[in-house]
Design a protein around this ligand. Structure first.
Ligand SMILES: [Zn+2]
Length: 80
């Protein structure tokens, strides 16, 4: 019988899962790993975020405008 490496719950026989019992446990492990990595490499995280923002500046600005427009439209709807 396989058991979840995170919570220790038994994994159903025949389940395709190998290490973790559920999607939540898998996500949890990934999240913890990512967080540990970010903590260990803060300068890489900052550099990555900065690069991503530089690459996507236009997208972010456009998105910001769209969100603003949606907000205005939603407000107009409410008032009508
Ligand atoms: Zn589990």
């Amino acid at each position: 019988m396989k058991t979840c490496q995170l919570c220790g719950k038994a994994i159903e026989f025949g389940s395709r899962a190998k290490k973790y019992c559920s999607e939540e446990c898998r996500k949890r492990v990934k999240y913890e790993k990512d967080r540990a990595w970010c903590k260990a490499n803060p300068e890489k995280v900052t550099a990555y975020a900065r690069k991503w923002y530089a690459d996507n500046r236009e997208l972010m600005q456009r998105q910001g405008r769209d969100i603003y427009r949606q907000k205005v439209m939603a407000k107009n709807k409410e008032e009508k």
